[in-house]
Design a protein around this ligand. Structure first.
Ligand SMILES: Cc1ncc(COP(=O)(O)O)c(C=O)c1O
Length: 412
């Protein structure tokens, strides 16, 4: 079978062909479709090696040098390396690398800083806030009193006047800045000034831009926020997981909020894989990748606008962009379905000016595959042709397969 297979599937094939087929099927799906989701990427083989290593067998509750379990002397070193690399990469006084996910990191940040019932100001979900920013379906909305700021309907930019006005009237204990779909840089100094005026903590949920920050391609929230939460996947291209950065003053509270308050055993194979990803992110090659991610996103935004899609905020500063397919007579949900049939994988998201859903796209995975400015107009033209129903679907799928085939994520 000709697939860009990464996992050592031979052994799995002999023991469990049913699961091996599933793994190979997913590897084939990833290498023959276009991963336009702003939240996804292809990790290196080195990251996958750490994830599939015997560290997966190790129980390690606690922190290096102070574990509940025996036999932690080796994994302690792995965690110390991961922490040191994260602190150096982001210029932070303290890093906690144990959070199992971005949501767990946010939960721990709230646990460290807040009490149930406290008021928190965050981007409202209809404007691009994450579930952990006050959704009634999430612990955040259930346990805290969230006030939501939004974006201006016309420009799609954060309504900083509203942030200030809400902060003054609601007197939040914490202000959260960060979003699942905001394509522009966030004004961290301004959020810091608002937080200082009302005596609130500033929590930056930088899950999306943190990979750009690591590569010097986006401003860092670290000098401004009391606590920075992030995922280690997405643009950062590490394993699925979370991390928290903070100053020395909050280090102990953050560590205790992660363990023992919200988690017990750390996943040491993931912690080791995070260390590998941080090591990769400290290289010049990674900086070039981060810059290219942004160049590709800007090029894709301009090309989609030229094809007639409405690009929210008129473009992007980052890896992600939001478009409204309404000019093509479809909403985001219908558009996503059509594009999926053609092998173009992306997500829907909120639109600032409408109740209908838009489309969220990102360029991190494409860039990791080696695509550059030349490929972006081709992708935009294909996407528009599929939405206009100009292309027979089978033909569009073939074109996507051919394009993706030229940039295998795991070349053999
Ligand atoms: C802003 C933001 N916060 C938190 C998360 C949660 O990350 P995870 O899915 O790893 O829990 C995400 C992920 O989409 C996110 O975009």
């Amino acid at each position: 079978m000709s697939v860009t297979s990464t996992p050592p599937t031979d052994l799995l094939y002999r023991q469990d062909p049913e699961l091996a087929e599933i793994l190979l099927g997913e590897a084939t799906r990833q290498s023959t479709t276009l991963q336009l989701s702003a939240a996804e990427n292809f990790t290196s083989r080195a990251v996958l090696a750490a994830l599939g290593s015997p560290l997966a067998n190790k129980y390690a509750e606690g922190y290096p040098g102070a574990r509940f379990h025996g036999g932690c002397e080796i994994v302690d070193v792995a965690e110390r390396v991961a922490v040191r690399r994260a602190e150096r990469l982001f210029g932070a006084e303290h890093a906690n690398v144990q959070s199992h996910s971005g949501s767990s990191a946010v939960l721990a940040a709230y646990a460290a800083l807040l009490r149930p019932g406290d008021t928190v100001l965050a981007m409202g979900l209809p404007f691009g806030g994450h579930l952990t920013h006050g959704s009634p379906a999430n612990f955040s909305g259930r346990w805290f009193d969230f006030a939501g700021y939004g974006v201006e309907a016309e420009s799609g930019l954060i309504d900083y006047d509203q942030v200030l006005a809400l902060a003054r009237t609601r007197r939040p204990k914490a202000i959260v800045c960060g979003s699942i779909s905001y394509p522009r840089h966030i004004d961290y100094p301004l959020f810091r000034a608002v937080a200082d005026e009302v005596g609130a903590y500033l929590v930056a949920d930088a899950a999306h831009p943190m990979g750009l920050v690591a590569g010097g391609a986006a401003p860092s929230p670290v000098p401004y926020a009391d606590v920075v939460c992030a995922t280690t996947h997405k643009v950062l291209r590490g394993p699925r997981g979370g991390m928290i950065l903070c100053g020395r003053d909050l280090a102990e509270r953050i560590d205790r909020a992660v363990f023992p308050f919200t988690q017990s055993g750390a996943q040491m194979h993931t912690v080791a894989a995070k260390a590998v990803a941080f090591g990769e992110a400290a290289t010049a090659a990674y900086q070039a990748y981060a810059r290219q991610v942004v160049v590709n996103a800007k090029t894709l935004a301009a090309a989609l606008a030229a094809e007639g899609l409405t690009v929210v905020t008129g473009g992007t500063d980052t890896h992600l962009l939001v478009v409204d397919p309404a000019p093509f007579g479809v909403d985001g949900r219908v558009a996503r379905g059509r594009l999926a049939a053609a092998g173009m994988v992306l997500d829907t998201c909120a639109l600032p000016h409408d109740d209908a859903r838009g489309l969220r796209l990102g360029t991190a995975a494409l860039t990791t595959q080696g695509m550059r400015e030349t490929e972006m107009p081709r992708i935009a033209a294909l996407l528009a042709a599929v939405l206009r129903e100009e292309r027979i679907m089978v033909r569009a799928r073939e074109e996507v397969r051919e394009l993706a085939g030229g940039f295998p994520p795991y070349p053999v």
